[in-house]
Design a protein around this ligand. Structure first.
Ligand SMILES: NC(=O)c1ccc[n+]([C@@H]2O[C@H](COP(=O)([O-])OP(=O)(O)OC[C@H]3O[C@@H](n4cnc5c(N)ncnc54)[C@H](OP(=O)(O)O)[C@@H]3O)[C@@H](O)[C@H]2O)c1
Length: 259
């Protein structure tokens, strides 16, 4: 497993993490993933999976980079503090490695949410502040609203069917040292359309699967990691095998031109 620098920090997080939206696998697949190095575990108060994640990581808490999110309806100052405390309880932990705003909420001033985030850092409840589904403009506003901390990550959709972020967000985050966490990297399971057979051919060449080639392609830049979700341990193992090697620039170019 490759590990990549988180934002501008000294922390390293696994290039392949584990998502838990609609996760129904129980503790086992998550534990298998952690053993294989996929120690970045992603959840959200909205997912209803925090308790399972808490149970799965209990014995490996120090190894795990634990990330969760506050819902956009809870980002007034006091609501955000309460939401973080509730997530900490459900996850059965004292501190979150990363706490994110799940979606922007234009009805609530970002300054108010970010002051609550900084308070959580000050009180030792969270280590790092992140966002999710933020545009470049929203990211800039969020960063300006912080007085001491830096936004370390933006979690956004990124897969072969949706490469929209490559235009503006990917270069901006590279310049600003903000990690991009790619969600739905396997297109929610519908990733198999490979009409001209490019992925199949490349997968055979490396003795890898199409899913592994896709995840490797998406994480080809140093500031991008991915968090596939898998209920099945076999899928978790396969996804971990997407890291630890690199597609050649020629193969990257071919995939780039085909999708
Ligand atoms: N911030 C946000 O707004 C947001 C939005 C969406 C998602 N997310 C995060 O991103 C995570 C991943 O996204 P996602 O759950 O939407 O979709 P995804 O990871 O792209 O796809 C999950 C689907 O792919 C299947 N799968 C996983 N590994 C596979 C493999 N190696 N081969 C074949 N199929 C495989 C899974 O099957 P099985 O489950 O049967 O193994 C599941 O059906 C979420 O769990 C969540 O943590 C965040």
């Amino acid at each position: 497993m490759n590990y990549k620098q988180l934002g501008n920090t000294k922390i390293k997080i696994s290039e392949i993490g584990q998502g838990t939206w609609q996760y129904r696998g129980g503790v086992e697949p998550l534990r298998v993933g952690i053993l294989l190095g996929a120690t970045h575990v992603d959840t959200a108060e909205m997912y209803g999976t925090e308790e399972t994640v808490g149970e799965a990581i209990r014995d490996e808490r120090e190894q795990v980079f634990l990330a969760t999110k506050v819902s956009p309806s809870h980002i007034h100052h006091d609501d955000l503090i309460k939401a973080a405390e509730a997530s900490l309880r459900r996850l059965d932990t004292k501190i979150l490695d990363l706490y994110m705003i799940h979606w922007p909420n234009p009805r609530i001033p970002i300054k108010e949410s970010m002051s609550a985030m900084e308070e959580l850092v000050r009180r030792g409840k969270i280590k790092h502040i992140g966002v999710s589904n933020f545009s470049v403009k929203e990211l800039k506003d969020a960063q300006h609203a912080l007085s001491r901390e830096k936004i370390v990550s933006n979690q956004v959709e990124y897969n072969l069917q949706n490469r929209e972020i490559e235009e503006e967000l990917v270069p901006y985050c590279k310049k600003e040292k903000i990690t991009i966490v790619a969600y739905s990297p396997l297109s929610r399971g519908n990733f198999t359309s490979d009409e001209n057979g490019v992925l199949d051919r490349i997968a055979k060449k490396y003795d890898k699967t199409i899913a592994q080639v896709i995840l490797n392609f998406l994480t080809r830049e140093d500031h991008v990691v991915a968090i596939p979700k898998a209920n099945r341990s076999e899928h978790v193992k396969e996804n971990c095998g997407a890291s630890g090697w690199r597609l050649s620039s020629e193969d990257i170019r071919e995939i780039d031109e085909s999708f």
